[in-house]
Design a protein around this ligand. Structure first.
Ligand code: R5P
Length: 283
C-alpha cells in the first residue's frame, strides 16, 4: 500500500501513512505558465493499493484529485481508495429550485470514475454517500474533538440547530456533560436567525459543535446568545473550518474564547487531527 497526499491534504496523508506504517508516495506538482496543473507520482505504484488523500475544496483541489486518480490508474495500481477529508459541494445535495444541479451528485459521479472505495468525513448529510457509484463511507471527527474539549472543563455541548443535535449528544456522552440545541432558521446563504432559548448556560463553559463553519454567521449568533445568557466561556468547534470572508473576525468580536477545527481544511485553527478517525475505515 502507498499513501498519496494531494497538496490540500499533505498533513492528513502524512499522519495516515505514519499510523498505517505505509510509505508516503513522492509527488511533484507545479503550474504551467497558463496556470494548468501538472502532477507526477514518482514511486513505482504498479499493482499497489493506493490511498489518495485530497480535500476537494476549493475547486483547484478537485482538479488535482482527478489528476492523481488518473495518474494512479495509468500507473496500473490494483486498487484506489480516495480519502476526501472535506468533500466540497456537499451542501448542494438536492435540487432546491428548478434548473439547479445536484452538485454533490455531479462531483461524486466524476470521483467514482477512478475509485474503488471513497471515505469522507462528517459529510453535511449522510445521504450524499449514495451519490458515489462505488462503495463510500464516512468517518466522524466527533470523538477526536470531544477528546480535545475534555481538557477544557466543558459543562455543556450545544448544537447550533436541531439537525446537529445528534452530534452534540455524541460529544457530550464522551465528555460526560449536558447537551442542548439552539433554534436556528436560515434566511439565506449569509444570514441566520437564532431564537433565544433558555439553556441554563449561566456561569457554564459551553462548546458549540457544528459540521461546518463557513461565514461564521451561525456560530456568531449562537455565541452572542450564550453570552447574553451569561455563559462563562464559549468554545466554537467544527469539523470543517472554511472560515469564509471575515468569519474569524465575526467569531472573535462575538466574544468566543477559542476557535477549534480539525485539519480537514488546514488553517490556524486546525487543532484536532482527523487521521485517527479515518484510519479505522481504511483498515
Ligand atoms: C448548516 O446546516 C451547517 O451545519 C452549518 O451550520 C453551516 O454551514 C454554517 O454556515 P455559516 O458559518 O455560514 O453560518
Amino acid at each position: 500500500m502507498y499513501v498519496i497526499g494531494g497538496t490540500a491534504s499533505k498533513t492528513v496523508a502524512e499522519d495516515l501513512a505514519k499510523i498505517l506504517k505505509k510509505p508516503l508516495a513522492n509527488t511533484i506538482s507545479k503550474r504551467f505558465p497558463d496556470d494548468e496543473l501538472y502532477i507526477r507520482i514518482m514511486d513505482d505504484i504498479k499493482d499497489e493499493h493506493v490511498v489518495i488523500v485530497q480535500t476537494t475544496y476549493p475547486d483547484p483541489n478537485l482538479i488535482e484529485l482527478f489528476l492523481l486518480q488518473n495518474a494512479a490508474e495509468e500507473a496500473g495500481v490494483k486498487k484506489i481508495t480516495v480519502v476526501i477529508p472535506y468533500y466540497g459541494y456537499a451542501r448542494q445535495d438536492t435540487k432546491f429550485q428548478e434548473g439547479e444541479p445536484i452538485s454533490a451528485k455531479a462531483i461524486a459521479g466524476l470521483i467514482s470514475l477512478n475509485a474503488d472505495n471513497v471515505i469522507t468525513v462528517d459529510p453535511h448529510k449522510e445521504h450524499i454517500l449514495d451519490f458515489f457509484a462505488t462503495s463510500a463511507h464516512s468517518a466522524t471527527a466527533i470523538p477526536e474533538i470531544a477528546k480535545y474539549l475534555k481538557e477544557k472543563n466543558i459543562d455543556m455541548i450545544l448544537a447550533p440547530d436541531k439537525g446537529a443535535l445528534n452530534r452534540a449528544k455524541k460529544a457530550s456522552e464522551i465528555i460526560k456533560c449536558d447537551f442542548d440545541y439552539m433554534e436556528k432558521t436560515r434566511i439565506d446563504g449569509e444570514t441566520v436567525e437564532i431564537k433565544p432559548k433558555n439553556l441554563d448556560a449561566q456561569n457554564k463553559n459551553v462548546a458549540i459543535i457544528d459540521d461546518i463553519i463557513s461565514t461564521g454567521g451561525t456560530m456568531a449568533k449562537s455565541i452572542k446568545e450564550l453570552k447574553n445568557q451569561k455563559a462563562k466561556k464559549v468554545y466554537v468547534t467544527c469539523t470543517h473550518g472554511l472560515f469564509a470572508g471575515d468569519a474569524i473576525k465575526k467569531l472573535v468580536s462575538s466574544g468566543c474564547d477559542e476557535i477549534i477545527s480539525t485539519d480537514t481544511i488546514m488553517s490556524n485553527f486546525s487543532k484536532v487531527k482527523i487521521a485517527p478517525s479515518i484510519v479505522k475505515l481504511i483498515k
